[in-house]
Design a protein around this ligand. Structure first.
Ligand code: ADP
Length: 447
């Protein structure tokens, strides 16, 4: 087993990983930017080392500095968390070259799933259903027009290198497609350094349902069932739950098998997620794979009792999965609310600043993963996620009322957060009935 793990991340996920290491008796090294000197992950880790200025490119994305930090601190493995370098195959490879274990999949698996257009092609050849669309990337406008004509409008243009809900544009007709494709390519170039785009049929009011995968380096792959992440704003998740109210036991079983097949196609190991869209007729389509731990992993932990981060570490150390598919059972229902330092009344603008007072909710079935404390100053340079509340209960309606209680109890004074917005969701009649889809927030809560 590893003796010391360096955590190449910040915020709540760095804290989450530190906790897993502690339970396994592994020492931790936190890395931090100059803006993060007073961050909780720095205080909680056994050791800490500064890796550069506030700007992410010069710190949390700076491969050389991070590898050097791992060497100086004699860490034998690096956990990348999510975001930053988590899905950077070059970083994974650099770790290997420098004799440091990367706690994640192989560089080759990252590469095969990282480019979303390539991943689509790979899935098509494996016989996995994908959203109707272009085979690979779009060559030129004529190509786009002919694909769109074949699959029918509306269509969605997506950046091959896209992520985080960015780089997507919808076109209702050929004129819009001509215009949008140019804009989409320019945006993709600016945001991701890669102008390649592909086309998919725009599915109306779908559910976003994803399967959590765990695989070891001995060829065993299982799934930990699904998360329903349909509650989104601008294609970004804000609330997730497990199980989904949309799946029948048969669909769950079938999609789970397909997810495993998808992961096997790229010889996957570690934790990963196969994402699907499910349309109103119950047809499901692969959209992408995330080759890392996800923000919403705690809802799966709550219903399965499996610590996914601990499993990632054990897998990276070469251990075999200690359980099989039939051992994994869904128990009860879990919901996660992402609490962001944002102002819903001002178009969700980030609200960095000093937290004058913080009180975390608690009680049976409540888990809070956060990196804030009273007196903490949220820096303006990073993600606005500041806390995740996870409510577990035997049934969905009980999980909702438990979540409502926790949202009423949490106190984050000094800045505006999305807590009141989540309370509105808890009281929404459609949400309570489980009638949700990816544009639900826009339609029912913002219009
Ligand atoms: P990202 O990598 O940026 O997260 P995804 O491909 O995972 O992008 O899609 C994110 C979200 O965008 C989906 O959950 C869904 O809400 C929306 N979306 C993506 N593809 C489609 C599609 N073909 N039709 C309708 N909505 C889509």
């Amino acid at each position: 087993m590893f003796e010391k793990i360096l955590i190449a991340n910040r915020g709540e996920i760095a804290v989450r990983i530190i906790r897993a290491c502690r339970e396994l008796g592994i020492k931790t090294v936190a890395v931090f930017s100059e803006a993060d000197r007073n961050s909780l992950h720095v205080k909680l880790a056994d050791e800490a080392i500064c890796i550069g200025p506030a700007s992410p490119v010069r710190s949390y994305l700076n491969i050389t500095n991070i590898i050097a930090a791992a060497k100086v601190k004699k860490a034998d493995a690096i956990h990348p968390g999510y975001g930053f370098l988590a899905e950077n195959e070059y970083f994974a490879e650099m770790c290997a070259t420098c004799g440091i274990k990367f706690i994640g999949p192989s560089p080759r698996s990252i590469q095969r799933m990282g480019d979303k257009a390539t991943a689509r092609e790979t899935m098509i050849s494996a016989g996995i259903p994908v959203v109707p669309g272009s085979e690979g990337v779009i060559e030129n406008i004529d190509h786009a027009l002919s694909v769109a004509k074949e699959i029918g409008y509306p269509v969605i243009i997506k950046a091959a290198a896209g992520g985080g809900g960015r780089g997507m544009r919808i076109a209702q007709n050929p004129d819009e497609l001509r215009k949008e494709i140019m804009t989409a390519k320019q945006e993709a170039e600016v945001s991701f350094g890669n102008a390649a785009v592909y086309l998919e049929k725009y599915i109306e009011e779908p559910r976003h349902i994803e399967f959590q995968i765990l695989g070891d380096t001995h060829g065993n792959i299982i799934h930990l069932y699904e998360r329903d992440c349909s509650l989104q704003r601008r294609h970004q998740k804000i609330l997730e739950e497990s199980p989904s109210t949309a799946l029948t036991p048969e669909m769950r079983e079938e999609m789970g098998k397909i997810a495993i097949k998808a992961a096997k196609t790229v010889d996957y190991y570690s934790a990963g997620t196969i994402e699907f869209l499910v349309d109103k007729q119950g047809r499901y389509y692969f959209i992408e794979m995330n080759t890392r731990i996800q923000v919403e992993h705690p809802v799966t932990e709550a219903v399965t009792g499996i610590d996914i981060v601990k499993e990632q570490i054990l897998i990276a150390a070469g251990e075999k999965l200690s359980f099989q598919q039939q051992d994994v059972k869904i128990n009860g229902h879990a919901i996660e609310c992402r609490i962001n330092a944002e102002d819903p009344s001002r178009n969700f603008q980030p609200t960095p600043g000093r937290i004058r007072y913080y009180h975390a909710p608690g009680g049976f079935g409540i888990r809070v993963d956060s990196a804030i404390y009273t007196g903490y100053e949220i820096p303006p340079y990073y993600d606005s996620l500041i806390a995740k509340i996870i409510a577990w209960a035997p049934a969905r309606d009980q999980a909702i009322s438990r979540m409502r209680g926790a949202l009423n109890e949490i106190k984050i004074e000094g800045i505006t957060t999305t807590v009141p917005f989540h309370l509105k969701i808890m009281d929404n009649a459609f949400f309570k009935r489980g009638e949700v889809y990816t544009n639900f927030i826009q339609r029912r809560l913002l219009d």
